[in-house]
Design a protein around this ligand. Structure first.
Ligand SMILES: Cc1cc2nc3c(=O)[nH]c(=O)nc-3n(C[C@H](O)[C@H](O)[C@H](O)COP(=O)(O)OP(=O)(O)OC[C@H]3O[C@@H](n4cnc5c(N)ncnc54)[C@H](O)[C@@H]3O)c2cc1C
Length: 471
């Protein structure tokens, strides 16, 4: 998201520590704004000798009694039947919540990867395929996925599991382009479903948290593989807010990051082009974040000084541009670890919610320095899709992996809920059964299909039992 000049100057400011004292009504709150120590790591094995599993950000871990990486559907069915329960399937482990955590069986589909066959322009893809491997495999046939998330490390099954999405007013989340899928149930039976065959299972399973069974493959719509023109620029936050709607209408892909304590925003657009490829500069995400962390560490005690320094440091940079195949440009590397909460809001509430989030952070949380991501997603009709029933605008708040993230639940989630938000299923939230039922018209239908397919709850871990209101 950032540029080269920043990396040179970032080195000058990173490192110092501090404590910010923020006036909060009658009280005064002190929030440490220096670098915190490395979070402690869980033991490599438990008392029974089971090996540690951790998610990408490090906040979830488990010691599964059994691990399996079946090579085909028959082997997978045996693994599911044998257990021990809970049986949880994991993709790349990039979700922030405890979805994959299990003391029972942890199943990886890493071996079940690749394109099985083509049906016209639709590709039947094994669910263990990583999105990063799918791009070149589709491009070899002149095709591409319509859109991609920020990163391409996820497995297809994992991306479907949580409703993973990119940005673009006319572009659906990945599950929105699924036209058929195969599900292996708790009894080890394979269900092939689409909009006409077992439509109840198809509607419930496209976004299903690994709670209905294991998706073994999915048929995906594809588009012609085209080059896109990527532009990245920094501008005042107020300008990004006022132009957001026209940019979502104008660009194939558009998103922006509100950068708290700077009054700036980083904007990214992608549009199809026939122009020749133009190389992308090396990603400077890390340098940008180092600069913001340095500003936090040095000047977290003074909002005006921090903002003034940010404008000097980050403003006035030339926009970055690149041209290449969409699958090469739409996702980037995110080497700096974080924890995240993202809610999907009705478009008319999205920017109001964003403004409240930025104001709240600038008033109460000087330790926050990560930019806040703002995207737009087209609707689909999967029952647990956050985009079911209409387009949604997402707002995502990130916290450096060393920093406290409890305030996401106490300060940020209430703002999203007031504005009618639905949580990203793979990111932090604390909603449970009744609250989720109020947000999803087909919630009870989804629970009915779950019970029919897995009456004994073999796929339910403690986290899912609590979230689904089944505990
Ligand atoms: C750096 C980073 C960037 C991200 N960027 C984005 C983004 O741009 N957009 C976005 O929407 N999200 C984003 N996410 C969130 C991420 O896309 C989701 O959490 C996604 O589910 C992770 O995929 P995974 O393969 O790691 O799945 P996991 O986290 O391993 O699993 C996710 C869920 O899917 C289930 N599952 C996995 N495989 C299957 C299967 N074969 N059948 C049935 N269920 C299955 C699991 O049981 C679990 O419930 C990001 C996360 C990180 C860490």
């Amino acid at each position: 998201m950032a540029r080269r000049g920043i990396s040179r100057r970032a080195a000058l400011i990173a490192g110092a520590g501090g404590v910010a004292v923020i006036g909060a009504g009658a009280g005064v709150v002190a929030v440490a704004t220096g670098d915190k120590p490395e979070p402690s790591s869980p033991a490599a094995t438990d008392a029974q000798g089971h090996t540690l599993w951790r998610n990408w950000s490090g906040i979830q871990h488990a010691y599964p009694a059994k691990r399996a990486a079946p090579a085909d559907e028959a082997a997978l069915a045996e693994v599911i039947k044998a257990g021990p329960a809970p049986v949880r399937v994991v993709g790349a482990g990039h979700s922030f919540t405890a979805l994959a955590v299990t003391p029972g069986t942890l199943v990886s589909l890493d071996v079940m990867s690749g394109i099985t066959r083509w049906e016209g322009d639709e590709a039947v893809v094994k669910a263990g395929t990583r999105l990063g491997a799918l791009g070149p495999a589709l491009a070899a046939n002149g095709r591409a996925m319509a859109n991609l998330p920020d990163i391409n490390k996820q497995s297809l099954g994992g991306a479907l599991g949580t409703g993973t999405h990119g940005t673009g007013a006319k572009l659906r989340a990945i599950h929105g382009d699924v036209t058929a899928l195969t599900l292996c149930t708790a009894k080890g039976e394979l269900i092939h479903c689409d909009a006409k065959t077992r439509p109840d299972v198809f509607n419930a399973a496209r976004v299903s948290l690994g709670a209905l069974g294991v998706i073994t493959e999915a048929r995906l719509k594809t588009i012609p593989n085209k080059r896109v023109h990527r532009r990245v620029w920094i501008e005042p936050f107020a300008e990004a807010l006022s132009k957001a709607e026209e940019r979502w209408a104008q660009h194939r892909n558009f998103e922006f990051y509100a950068v708290p304590f700077t009054d700036l925003a980083a904007c990214i657009s992608h549009d199809e082009t026939d122009e020749p490829a133009r190389a992308r500069e090396p990603d400077s995400d890390t340098a940008f974040l180092d600069a913001l962390r340095g500003l936090r560490n040095l000047l977290g005690w003074s909002v005006p000084l921090r903002k003034a320094a940010a404008k000097g440091l980050l403003g006035g940079e030339k926009p970055q541009e690149a041209i290449d195949d969409g699958w090469k440009l739409l996702s980037t590397e995110r080497p700096v670890r974080f924890n995240e909460m993202e809610f999907h809001l009705p478009p008319e509430s999205q920017l109001a919610a964003l403004k409240e989030v930025v104001e709240t952070i600038e008033k109460h949380r000087p330790d926050v320095f990560f930019p806040i991501e703002v995207r737009r997603i087209a609707p689909d009709d999967a029952w647990l899709s956050p985009f079911e029933g209409g387009p949604r605008g997402s707002v995502a708040v990130h916290c450096y992996y060393k920093d406290d993230y409890d305030f996401l639940f106490t300060m940020i989630q209430p703002i999203f809920l007031r504005h009618g938000g639905r949580p990203h299923w793979g990111k932090l939230h604390s909603l449970r059964g009744d609250q989720l039922g109020a947000l999803y018209p087909r919630w009870n239908d989804w629970l009915t299909v779950r019970k029919e397919l897995d009456p004994e709850g073999r796929f339910l871990n403690l986290y899912l039992q609590g979230m689904l209101g089944l505990d």
